[in-house]
Design a protein around this ligand. Structure first.
Ligand code: HEM
Length: 208
C-alpha cells in the first residue's frame, strides 16, 4: 500500500481524489482495493468534519463487501462498510469495541451517494460522509485530523455478501476473508479542493 497519495480524477464525476490502494493481482487481497478522499478547500489548515470518499473494491458477480476504518484499527474507529446488491451499493456506518461483529454507529454521521457502478469484478462508490471525521459511540470519542496532513486508515475486504443485504442496520457478516490492514495516508495539496462544495452538492442519493 502506498503512503504518499496518488492523485486521480474520477472520470464519472470529475472529482479529484488523493488515493491509496493495493493493485489488482497483489498478494494482500484478491481483486485489488482503492480508497480515495477529497476534502474541503481549507482542510489542510482547519480540521474537516466531512469528506467525499471513493471506494473501489472486488466483488465477483456482485458478491462481497469491503470497508474502511477512519481511525486505522477495526476497534474504536468509525467504520464504513459497503457492498453491492443488484443495482445498488449499500453502506453501513459501524463501530466495534472488539474483534467481533461491529455495532451500528449511533452518532450523527451520514452517507449520501454521488455515484455508484457495479461490474462483474468490482464495485465503485463515490460518497459523501458528513460528520465522519469525529466520532462518539456511547461516550467514547475519537477522530481523524485532516490539518495534520496525515491520516491512519484501515482497509478490509471479504468474498461473501452480508446477510440481510438490503437492510444496512441489520446486516450480518462473517469475519472478513480477503485481506485487511492499516496504513498511513499522507495527504497532499490536491486533496483539498475549492470545488468541494459543488461536488458535495451532487451527493443526492440515499441507499438504505
Ligand atoms: C481486523 C474480526 C468486521 C475492519 C480484524 C481482526 C479480526 C477481525 C479477528 C484481526 C485479525 C488479525 O489481526 O489477524 C472481524 C469480525 C467481523 C469484522 C469477526 C464481523 C463479523 C469488520 C468490519 C470492518 C473491519 C465491518 C470495517 C468496515 C477491520 C480492519 C482490520 C480488522 C481494518 C485490520 C486492522 C486491525 O487489526 O484492527 N477483524 N471483523 N472488520 N478488521 Fe475486522
Amino acid at each position: 500500500q502506498n503512503n504518499a497519495a496518488v492523485t486521480f480524477t474520477d472520470p464519472g464525476t470529475g472529482i479529484v481524489f488523493n488515493s491509496w490502494g493495493i493493485a489488482n493481482g497483489a498478494a494482500q487481497t484478491q481483486g485489488g482495493y482503492t480508497f480515495g478522499m477529497a476534502l474541503p478547500s481549507n482542510a489542510l489548515s482547519t480540521d474537516a468534519t466531512e469528506f467525499i470518499g471513493y471506494l473501489q473494491c472486488a466483488a465477483k458477480d456482485n458478491k462481497g463487501w469491503c470497508g474502511v476504518s477512519l481511525g486505522g484499527p477495526m476497534t474504536n474507529s468509525l467504520l464504513v462498510a459497503a457492498w453491492p446488491n443488484e443495482d445498488n451499493i449499500y453502506t453501513s456506518l459501524r463501530y466495534a469495541t472488539g474483534y467481533a461483529m461491529p455495532d451500528p454507529y449511533t452518532g450523527d454521521a451520514k452517507i449520501t451517494q454521488v455515484s455508484s457502478t457495479i461490474n462483474s469484478t468490482h464495485f465503485t462508490l463515490v460518497f459523501r460522509c458528513q460528520n465522519c471525521l469525529k466520532w462518539n459511540q456511547a461516550g467514547t470519542s475519537g477522530g481523524a485530523s485532516t490539518s495534520a496532513g496525515f491520516l491512519v486508515l484501515g482497509w478490509v475486504q471479504a468474498f461473501p455478501s452480508p446477510g440481510n443485504p438490503t437492510c444496512p442496520s441489520q446486516i450480518t457478516l462473517e469475519q472478513h476473508d480477503n485481506g485487511m490492514g492499516i496504513w498511513g495516508a499522507v495527504l497532499d495539496s490536491n486533496v483539498a479542493n475549492p470545488s468541494y462544495t459543488a461536488w458535495a452538492a451532487k451527493a443526492t442519493k440515499t441507499v438504505a
